[in-house]
Design a protein around this ligand. Structure first.
Ligand SMILES: [Zn+2]
Length: 156
């Protein structure tokens, strides 16, 4: 059994559908890498919400799902977020208003559970850190759409 892995043939994708899928997956990964490579520096390599500057904990989050994941990554559809804020944003526990302020969900605001939660609650109403370049700033229309979803979920 020793060395069995080394003897394995490279995986050849003969099936055209599988091949197309693999190519698409690869393009999506390239897109994500480019997106990250543009969005995070646009925000001076910090979380737009808490200003954390540890790049290894930063993600480029899409504001609205990008219909063109194979195309050019658009910085105005991105936010530089730390891992916890990214997860919270994706779960609609935090949002950004079209006026560039942080909104924390009632679910988090009414909970009582320790120092991390208190810290997260404290960002409610705080202005986000914006990219210096105007053309890199998050698109208010996309933010508005996402914020409406956040409000609808908060009421549910
Ligand atoms: Zn953060």
């Amino acid at each position: 059994m020793v060395g069995a892995l080394d003897e394995r043939e490279p995986v050849l994708l003969e099936d055209p559908i599988e091949r197309r899928y693999a190519v698409r997956e690869m393009r999506v990964r390239v897109h994500q890498a480019r997106f990250r490579g543009r969005v995070i520096p646009a925000y001076q390599s910090q979380c737009t919400m808490c200003r954390l500057k540890e790049v290894r904990l930063l993600d480029a989050a899409h504001i609205t799902s990008d219909a063109d994941l194979l195309g050019e990554p658009a910085v105005p559809n991105g936010l530089s977020l730390c891992a916890i804020h990214h997860r919270a944003f994706d779960q609609s526990l935090v949002a950004v208003t079209p006026a560039y302020r942080i909104a924390v969900s009632p679910r988090l605001l009414t909970d009582e559970d320790g120092p991390m939660l208190t810290l997260l609650q404290g960002f409610d109403g705080v202005e986000i850190a914006l990219p210096e370049r105007r053309s890199h700033q998050p698109d208010p229309k996309r933010l508005a759409r996402r914020y409406e979803e956040f409000l609808a979920l908060a009421e549910a």
